[in-house]
Design a protein. Structure first.
Length: 116
């Protein structure tokens, strides 16, 4: 079965969060039963770094990686206008490529690693 996602695809993943004060990007805001917290959804703008058999490896702007099931209905490929409108929210593709290159060079070149 071929996946609808490819490496370097820009994806939007909707995540449910809980907190005292939802941010300006929050949607579907609902108060908790006792009124102390709110539940809400936030769209996360990530890039596909690897497509596995049953899941995806996604990368955030800060370089964190998340593993998401291919069956998760809260993830979708960004449309062309979302890629243009929210382009600053997605990770920089060149940064990720250069950091992977630097990491592999550092492992093989002792002069690039820090000494204690």
């Amino acid at each position: 079965m071929e996946s609808r996602f490819k490496v370097n695809d820009w994806v939007i993943c909707t995540r449910e969060k809980y907190g005292l004060s939802p941010g300006k990007r929050a949607k579907n805001i609902a108060p908790a039963p006792n009124g102390d917290l709110y539940s809400y959804e936030v769209d996360k703008y990530w890039v596909v770094r690897e497509v596995r058999e049953n899941d995806l490896v996604l990368e955030t702007r800060t370089g964190k990686q998340h593993f998401v099931s291919l069956k998760d209905r809260r993830i979708r490929v960004a449309s062309w206008w979302e890629r243009w409108l929210y382009r600053n929210r997605f990770p920089d593709k060149s940064r990720a490529a250069s950091s992977q290159t630097n990491a592999s060079m550092g492992a093989s070149n002792p002069s690039l690693t820090r000494s204690a």
